[in-house]
Ligand binder design. Structure first.
Ligand code: WT7
Length: 650
């Protein structure tokens, strides 16, 4: 769906849902005046929120804003692992479940805060033993096993900066990220289980560490002999063996400055290589902690399940740092949603009594396609709040989620945010906000966002434009790792001191925000951002290829599907083999998530007279629509040729 089509569909949406009285009555946030209070004094509001963390040393100033550089909680000292683990061991939550882990085979492991603390201490001792110190970078390439959050928290405990790389990324993608952060250590596992198959993580890791700064690969035995792992004595250390040798004594927390980096996480941009988004200790933790208490209404009795992989920011913030900083119980699952049957998620909700469930629209649409009978096989009465994230949710999927998963009693929080934002930005407060299916509603308290027209003026209700954030917020990115200029240009290049999200959105007559999608060449596949330029570089590195243009065309399930238009060098001939080689090249260089749905060979690509590829036009062709304005096209005959090629390929 193009942005205009999406807008027309959404504008016909006039259903509204009030928070149920019973929900309102118990909600952490149920006084509507919070919005005004936060808007009148954002710094005062955030200072209040920072009080929910434990500080070793109080800060002297809430915000030092030197646009586009923000320092939050200046001079304050704290430690993220202390806030997420050890402080809960000192109180009534000591023996409460922190992490409930379920494996694909139905095996499970529960870590209380006290147990988690001992695991984190052992892992932190291991990091120290391997020469990792404060400020060093540690790359983590792990499946959804308990050692993933344990490794992250161990880094946080000693002040090392983690850079988690999604386990389905390729060796090349991992190598790029290791190279950019100059990581000293890589933590990986022999393999991962997914939908009954074993994925060879260690093989990828071995390829990825070649010619990098990595001095040691710490390997977790997750699969065992079936993984058939090759062992490199010079580099590899076995996690289990080393762990046994570690002292049982706790390790002191490194006292981190509020502004010390906590982690780097890579995300795709419009141009060039992925950007290493840098998040800090005090601001990030304040942001995620505030959002679990407000938007997710997290309480002591809750069981919170965010289904995202921890390799994405959603998992960082809502499987690890958010719920744990608030002493919550977080569920994690290593496996596929249809394994062994299509009711696996509902089986997990029932088994552990999940109360808050957070997933992506692409998953909801898949569940819808499978049919509600899978949901109805289970008792989901424990659920009290649902959430979505990653892409706009179509009102029909919202209604289905509300009816079949939420039993018409759970508020739905549609949360808009980005890797760069750290925590949810535009989202309802479930005890206060009236929701509208398909709208992320309004900025959260303390977030000053708006929609601007091309001139930088806020649009009147009933209009659309560019979604911007007008004032700094604690969990904002601080820079792009190693490239501050890119940080300035990418996010603060359009308006002075104002953050540009890259999304276009519409403001309705009630001031509600409807996100329409990206305004740039970033493709959103199943809620994950991929840069068109990264995919194009992967294709062009094939020596038969002359040029490539990649676009996202609307797809009912995935949100966007990838279509690649490719022109070949003169000596090369298009063939099925070449098609497969190009697909393999993308999977090899980026990962399975980037596998194109179509590769179309064409004699030429549509370009403007200034030689820019007109991706908009390619999108129209792929979506079978009337092709828009072609007046700036250098050679208009290209369009007919492309349409033919596209029809043949389908
Ligand atoms: C992009 C950010 C941190 C969330 C996971 C993805 C899109 C995200 C929504 C939503 C409409 C959404 C935006 C944004 N997006 N949430 N609720 N409604 N669109 O993180 O990979 O950094 O992608 O996802 O286009 O810019 P990400």
């Amino acid at each position: 769906m193009s942005n205009t089509d999406r807008l027309n569909t959404l504008l016909e949406e006039d259903r509204t849902f009030e928070p149920p009285e019973s929900f309102k009555a118990q909600a952490n946030f149920n006084d509507p005046s919070v919005y005004e209070r936060a808007a009148n004094d954002p710094e005062g509001y955030w200072a209040e929120q920072a009080e929910y963390l434990s500080w070793f040393k109080p800060y002297s100033e809430v915000l030092n804003w030197n646009p586009p550089h923000a320092e939050w909680f200046v001079d304050g000292k704290l430690n993220a692992a202390y806030n997420c683990v050890d402080r809960h061991r000192e109180g009534p939550n000591k023996n409460k479940a922190a992490i409930i882990w379920e494996g694909e085979q139905g095996n499970s492991q529960i870590f209380t805060y006290d147990m988690l603390g001992r695991e984190v201490d052992k892992a932190a001792h291991m990091l120290k033993q391997l020469g990792v110190n404060k400020g060093d970078r540690v790359a983590i390439y792990l499946p959804m096993i308990p050692e993933l959050p344990i490794s992250m928290l161990a880094c946080a405990k000693i002040g090392a900066i983690h850079s988690v790389v999604f386990a389905a990324y390729s060796a090349k993608a991992l190598n790029d990220r290791i190279t950019d952060t100059e990581a000293k250590l890589l933590i990986t596992s022999d393999g991962s289980r997914r939908s009954g198959k074993i994925l060879p993580l260690k093989d990828n890791a071995d390829k990825a560490v070649k010619d990098t700064t990595v001095e040691t690969t710490l390997v977790i035995n997750n699969i065992g002999p079936d993984a058939n792992t090759a062992w490199n004595k010079a580099l590899d250390v076995d996690w289990g063996t080393l762990k046994q040798k570690m002292p049982t004594t706790p390790l002191e927390h490194e006292e981190m400055d509020a502004e010390d980096p906590l982690f780097i996480l890579y995300t795709s941009g419009t141009t060039g290589k992925p950007k290493g988004i840098v998040h800090t200790t005090g601001g990030y933790l304040t942001g995620v902690n505030h959002s679990v208490r407000s938007i997710f209404d997290l309480k002591d009795e809750d069981v919170f399940w965010c289904t995202a992989d921890i390799g994405w920011v959603t998992g960082h913030s809502y499987s690890v740092y958010g719920p744990l900083s608030a002493g919550g119980t977080s569920v994690m699952y290593e496996g596929g949603p249809a394994y062994p049957e299509r009711d696996r998620f509902w089986d997990i909700v029932e088994k552990y009594g999940v109360t808050i469930f957070y997933t992506a629209p692409t998953s909801i649409r898949t569940f819808m396609k499978w049919g509600h009978e899978y949901v109805e096989k289970h008792d989901l009465s424990s659920l009290r709040l649902l959430g979505t994230v990653g892409e706009p949710i179509n009102p029909e999927a919202w209604m289905w989620y509300h009816k079949y998963v939420g039993g018409e009693k759970c508020p739905i929080v549609d949360t808009w945010w980005q890797t760069e934002n750290g925590s949810a930005m535009i989202a309802p407060l479930p005890g206060i906000t009236t929701t509208k299916p398909g709208s992320a509603t309004k900025p959260a308290p303390g977030i000053i966002a708006d929609i601007f027209d091309g001139e930088g003026n806020p649009v009147e209700p009933g209009n659309g434009g560019y979604l911007v954030i007008k004032q700094p917020w604690p969990s904002m990115l601080r820079t792009v790792w190693g490239d501050d200029q890119r940080f300035k240009d990418s996010y603060f290049g359009d308006y002075d001191g104002i953050y540009t999200s890259g999304d276009v959105a519409h403001k309705d007559k009630d001031g509600y925000i409807w996100i329409l999608g990206r305004d740039d060449d970033v493709i959103n596949v199943s809620g994950h951002r991929l840069g068109a330029s990264e995919l194009e570089s992967a294709i062009v590195s094939h020596d038969a290829v002359a040029e490539a243009a990649v676009i996202g065309r609307s797809d009912d399930i995935k949100g966007e599907a990838i279509t690649a238009f490719v022109t070949l060098k003169e000596r090369a001939q298009s063939s099925d083999e070449l098609h497969d080689e190009i697909v393999a090249q993308i999977v090899d260089q980026i990962g399975k998530i980037a596998r194109p749905d179509e590769v179309i060979f064409t004699a030429s690509l549509p370009k403007t007279s200034s030689a820019k590829i007109m991706r908009r036009l390619l999108r129209d062709i792929a979506e079978g629509k009337a092709v828009g304005d072609t007046s700036t096209l250098e050679d208009p005959s290209v369009v007919e040729d492309l349409k033919e090629k596209y029809a043949e390929a389908e």
